[in-house]
Write a protein that binds this ligand. Structure first.
Ligand SMILES: Nc1ncnc2c1ncn2[C@@H]1O[C@H](COP(=O)(O)OP(=O)(O)OP(=O)(O)O)[C@@H](O)[C@H]1O
Length: 504
């Protein structure tokens, strides 16, 4: 029915020949492209060149052809080196932008499949969008090159940070106990098994983990560390296994690789494994057994090749007995245990350690290295060092910085700040009895008061031993960081002993 003048046609009624319009659009587009691009060609389903545009003809001499008659009619792969037109014929998928380089130059090209009404691929269309894109696309290429350079620099910096800081020779000491540790470290470095480093705080477990990694076949791959005690429990799972894109909104929207993925091909150092929450222990066990991780919010698994070195200052066997550490994980970790001796078990190493630590302190502070008199060495050997080498280092650093003298004697240490936690006259085999926290006069007092005095005193000593480092002090006391913080809040006078930066 004809429309009256003031009637607007409903979209469905458009009395147009849509097919005809589309054909026209295709034809116009073809003509525009044939004229405005650098060149165009069509091949049939037998990959023969059936047509080239006028623009394309100027490439023929560079491709080695005198004229169109030598080129058209021949298989495209015979006349255009490196062509990818056959792949488009085979896959039926367009390649919208690609770079093609051959003896005629480098070109920015597009390739589109041509289909008949039944949808079958009956040929392909090739477009040369830009001739010598290296000059025409210079600004874009420069920007791309700059971004690539920045990415490369960042990768290099990250690799440098992940490079092992220590080798086995960095573990100073020639005592039988130290030599035995180094022998075991060298031996386990040859294997790919899980290593468990057991020892008190500050004995050099982290140093050994780096050393084992750098002596292993994985040395050229990353060493990634996670201090389990330092990561809030709620974030640990994402930290370990990563987050798949879209699992969360906000900062993690794009997804994030977990430490296992980052350590792929290398080593993962799990410090303070004893602080691992029970729920995560079973997941860690699965990863150790299967070498597969499942990022949060994803239902695919990633294969990883990671060697785990775990460390703890806690008594894992006792934790297993108490039910706070899974027995199966403990056995899995305990394949190659190395017990790192306390400093008081290898007092003969103190001189060499003090020398090496003194050199490092001087280098870092920019001041000349101080000499230690024989009586200073003897004094150092008489201390119990509950904070081990970290405590020895803190003491040396504080006494060196407090004095202008070039030689440090026992007197400097006896009167200096940062004294070790207890002084005895004979070299002890076990920690020396500390000065009593409770005097005889207080000895008969309400039990809660006595316990509180003992606790306060123990915390003060631990903070002193660790140079005010709260995390190390909590480890030394074998209490959680949270309970140390709670006690520090209760006894503000102890806060004065906390390092400004070492609170961790
Ligand atoms: N044998 C050693 N030779 C030289 N320096 C050492 C040695 N052992 C430890 N150190 C130094 O002592 C400090 C503490 O060592 P490290 O962090 O490896 O101990 P840790 O056992 O991992 O301690 P924590 O359990 O508290 O994390 C570091 O500065 C380390 O370089």
């Amino acid at each position: 029915m004809p429309l009256s003048e003031n009637q607007t046609p409903a979209p469905n009624d458009i009395p147009q020949d849509v097919d005809g319009l589309l054909r026209l659009a295709a034809q116009s587009m073809f003509d525009v492209l044939a004229r405005s691009t650098e060149g165009m060609m069509v091949i049939d389903r037998d990959h023969r060149v059936v047509w080239i545009s006028d623009g394309y003809k100027r490439f023929l001499p560079a491709l080695g052809f005198a004229g169109e008659h030598e080129f058209v009619g021949r298989p495209v792969e015979d006349v255009v080196p490196n062509t990818q037109m056959l792949q488009v014929l085979e896959s039926g998928k367009p390649v919208l932008v690609d770079l093609l380089t051959n003896k005629a130059g480098t070109f920015l090209v597009s390739r589109l499949p041509l289909r008949n009404d039944a949808g079958e691929v009956i040929g392909a269309l090739g477009l040369v969008l830009l001739d010598h894109p290296e000059t025409t696309m210079q600004p874009l290429i420069q920007k791309f090159a700059r971004l690539q350079q920045e990415l490369e620099d960042t990768r290099r910096q990250l690799a440098a940070q992940r490079r092992p800081k220590y080798t086995i020779a960095s573990f100073i000491g020639a005592s039988p106990a130290a030599l035995e540790v180094k022998r075991q470290a060298r031996r386990v470095a040859q294997t790919d098994s899980t290593v468990l480093l057991l020892g008190e705080t500050g004995t050099g477990k982290e140093l050994l983990a780096h050393a084992i990694h750098s002596a292993s076949r994985r040395a050229h791959r990353p060493l990634v560390s996670v201090n389990i005690a330092a990561v809030p429990e709620t974030l640990l799972e994402a930290e370990f296994f990563g987050v798949s894109p879209g699992a969360y909104t906000g900062a993690d929207r794009k997804g994030r690789d977990g430490k296992f993925k980052l350590a792929d091909g290398g080593t993962l150092f799990l410090d303070e494994i004893g602080d691992m929450p029970l729920a995560l222990q079973s997941k860690l066990l699965r990863v150790l057994q299967e070498q597969e991780v499942e990022p949060l919010g994803s239902n695919t698994v990633l294969r990883v090749d990671v060697r785990v070195i775990a460390a703890t200052s806690r008594d894992l066997a006792a934790m297993v007995a108490a039910g706070s550490f899974r027995a199966d994980l403990y056995y899995r970790l305990n394949v190659l245990p190395i017990r790192v001796p306390a400093l008081r078990e290898r007092l003969e190493d103190i001189e060499a350690l003090a020398e090496a630590l003194g050199e490092d302190i001087a280098r870092r502070s920019g001041m000349p290295q101080k000499l230690l008199s024989p009586d200073a060495i003897e004094w150092l050997m008489r201390q119990p060092w509950p904070g081990n080498i970290r405590e020895l280092r803190n003491t040396l650093e504080q006494v060196s910085l407090m004095s202008d003298d070039m030689q440090l004697t026992a007197q400097h240490f006896e009167g200096g700040a940062g004294l070790p936690t207890a002084t005895t006259t004979a070299a002890p085999a076990t920690p020396a009895p500390a000065a009593p926290a409770i005097t005889p006069a207080q000895a008969v007092a309400p039990l809660p008061e006595l316990i509180e005095a003992l606790e306060r005193d123990a915390i003060a000593r631990a903070l002193q031993a660790t140079g005010g480092n709260r995390m190390a002090a909590a480890r030394l006391l074998q209490i959680s960081r949270a309970s140390l913080y709670e006690r520090l809040a209760r006894w503000p006078e102890l806060e004065a002993k906390v390092q400004v930066s070492g609170g961790a």
